[in-house]
Design a protein around this ligand. Structure first.
Ligand code: IPM
Ligand code: MG
Length: 358
């Protein structure tokens, strides 16, 4: 029996609701599969902990995580705590030291879900966005001086290194190569940002030589928003910097119907550290506690986690179950225009996984 050790960190807001549902579904798929078991550690890090102790995670938190195979994360963010503290106190405090440098964000129009783009259906939008997840605009370099004075200054320095750019391109070309279209779009802003972004373009050209069967092209990020909206079928695999891909992935999620279905994997591809899987949507305090959060993004993230753990069959079955569920509009939560509850969607998934009729 294969045993996978999972650290579950629900975090804040709807993170708690969707991770609860996600763990039920993961347990169901493991028992259905029969070949593996999940050994779950429940971890209560997040803003509540910060408000009572002054820390989002304990000082030995990273060591605790390192003894796990994967991290299953909900969201972090609380109206009582400034957003930059929650981000740097927990999410980036995990991603960066565990060197989860490849953030992978698949986007598809799932069956039964409508794109806001007219005339765009399931097969017209099938992308994977890869976000450089270790540096760039999220490098954490900068500072503030002369606080409160008229001459107050702040710097926010983006860092681009040859090592990090090269590894994210190798990863991106490989991922593009594994998909039928074998096509990679490299997004930058190298007309205006003439150092870091030009280095991106140069290294893209260098790494592309290792992948002669992959076609690739360059796009400027502003033009990319237009292309994603007007010619979605022309794109396949996309790589961009930390901030650019953050923005493009929200656009992608909206074009595919809802941010409530969008998943993420924060990968350390070499497996030196555990990777982390999470829905993109965040803590959504406006709907927290109402039981109406869409758990589909978490289920899809769970499928990516199983894939990464080598449980390919279970990952595929989970994805098929998700598609069955979304194809029935009675399972659509309010973000998709329906009135289903988290509980209903989760129960429908459990029935689907166990092959029960409802
Ligand atoms: C994301 C989110 C985060 C980010 C937020 C919660 C800080 O938007 O994962 O896309 O910007 O990285
Ligand atoms: Mg984002």
């Amino acid at each position: 029996m294969r045993i996978h050790k999972i650290a579950a960190i629900p975090g804040d807001g709807i993170g708690k609701e969707v991770i609860h549902a996600g763990l039920e579904v993961l347990e169901a798929i493991a028992s259905r599969d029969g070949g593996f078991e999940l050994d779950i550690t429940h971890i209560d890090w997040g803003s509540e902990r910060y408000l009572s102790t002054g820390e989002f995670m304990p000082p030995d938190g990273l060591d605790q995580l390192k003894s796990h195979d994967s991290i299953f994360f909900g969201s972090v963010g609380d109206p009582r705590v400034p957003d930059h503290l929650t981000l740097w106190g927990l999410r980036l405090a995990i991603c960066q030291p565990l060197d989860q440098y490849a953030n992978v964000r698949p986007t598809r129009i799932l069956p039964g879900i409508n794109s806001p783009l007219s005339g765009v259906f399931e097969n017209d939008l099938d992308w994977v966005i890869i976000r450089e997840n270790s540096e760039g605009e999220y490098a954490g370099q900068g500072g503030r001086s002369h606080k409160g004075l008229v001459n107050e200054i702040a710097t926010e320095v983006a860092i681009f290194t040859r090592a990090a750019i090269t590894r994210i391109f190798r990863f991106s070309f490989q991922l593009a190569q594994s998909r039928p279209r074998k096509h990679l779009t490299v997004v930058t802003k190298s007309n205006a940002q003439r150092f870091g972004m030009v280095l991106w373009d140069e290294i893209a050209a260098e790494v592309s030589r290792e992948f002669s069967d992959v076609t690739w092209e360059k796009m400027l990020v502003d033009a990319m928003t237009v292309r994603m909206t007007l010619q979605p079928a022309s794109l396949d695999t996309i790589v961009a910097t930390n901030l650019h891909a953050d923005i493009l992935s929200d656009l992608a999620a909206a074009l595919a119907g809802s941010i409530g279905v969008a998943p993420t994997a924060n990968l350390n591809p070499e497996g030196n550290f555990p990777s982390m899987f999470e829905p993109i949507h965040g803590s959504a305090f406006d709907i927290a506690g109402q039981g109406i959060a869409n758990p589909i993004a978490t289920f899809w993230s769970a499928s990516m986690m199983l894939e990464h753990l080598g449980e390919k069959g279970a990952a595929k079955r989970l994805m098929e179950a998700i598609e069955q569920i979304t194809s029935n509009r009675d399972n659509h939560t309010p973000d998709l225009g329906g009135s289903a509850t988290t509980r209903r969607v989760c129960d429908a998934m459990l029935n689907e996984i166990h092959g029960r009729n409802t």
